[in-house]
Design a binder for this molecule. Structure first.
Ligand SMILES: NC(=O)c1ccc[n+]([C@@H]2O[C@H](COP(=O)([O-])OP(=O)(O)OC[C@H]3O[C@@H](n4cnc5c(N)ncnc54)[C@H](OP(=O)(O)O)[C@@H]3O)[C@@H](O)[C@H]2O)c1
Length: 91
């Protein structure tokens, strides 16, 4: 099970990833090697979290997104699938 996870890490989209609960959630998934798609409005804050996630063992893609904008949320999903082929967790 662990070997399978290592070969094929889950793809996790996290909104509100730049601080608080979202950032902590990103760190937790990163420590388990996840492929993370990090979203919030602030690109610069997300880049900091992405570096933290890479240092912890995950892959991280930053997608600045305002979740009040439906088209932006659709684009977030499309970007995640284009980068990693699927979405396993959306949080
Ligand atoms: N029920 C409970 O016991 C409990 C406990 C703690 C927290 N909460 C709730 O959980 C939520 C998160 O708490 P937190 O402490 O993690 O808050 P926080 O540190 O303020 O984080 C909020 C996150 O949401 C992002 N965000 C805000 N508006 C956004 C928008 N329009 N589009 C995209 N991203 C947006 C912010 O990034 P940007 O500014 O870069 O967009 C940030 O990453 C809050 O609603 C809080 O009230 C509930």
């Amino acid at each position: 099970m662990r070997a399978a996870r290592k070969r094929n890490p889950p793809v996790v989209v996290i909104t509100g990833a730049s601080s608080g609960i979202g950032r902590a959630t990103a760190h937790r998934h990163a420590r388990r090697g996840a492929r993370l798609v990090l979203a919030s409005r602030s690109a610069s804050a997300l880049e900091v979290v992405a570096e933290e996630c890479r240092a912890a063992g995950g892959e991280a893609l930053v997608v600045p997104t305002d979740v009040t904008d439906e088209a932006a949320v659709q684009a977030l999903a499309a970007t995640a699938v284009a980068a990693f082929g699927r979405i396993d967790v959306w949080g």
